[in-house]
Design a protein around this ligand. Structure first.
Ligand code: 9UX
Length: 65
């Protein structure tokens, strides 16, 4: 399992947007903790953090590592 941190999510719609963005990059089993901003996921094939950052920022959230 891998984890990234995303700031700016404040509702379940935000969670859905981020989940879908992650899935587009190939992430599976995406689980998001709205309170902490932790995004946990499985990566059947390695996903570059740079690509995640770009996708997260594109939909208006802040990638925080
Ligand atoms: Mo609801 Mo999440 O307006 O930005 S989609 S807070």
């Amino acid at each position: 399992m891998a984890t990234v941190k995303v700031k700016g999510m404040s509702c379940q719609h935000c969670v859905k947007s981020v989940t879908e963005a992650m899935e587009k990059l190939g992430a599976k089993d995406v689980k998001i903790d709205l309170l902490t901003g932790d995004v946990n996921y499985e990566e059947p094939a390695p996903i570059r953090k740079d690509d995640i950052k770009a996708a997260i920022e594109k939909i208006g959230f802040e990638y925080a590592g």
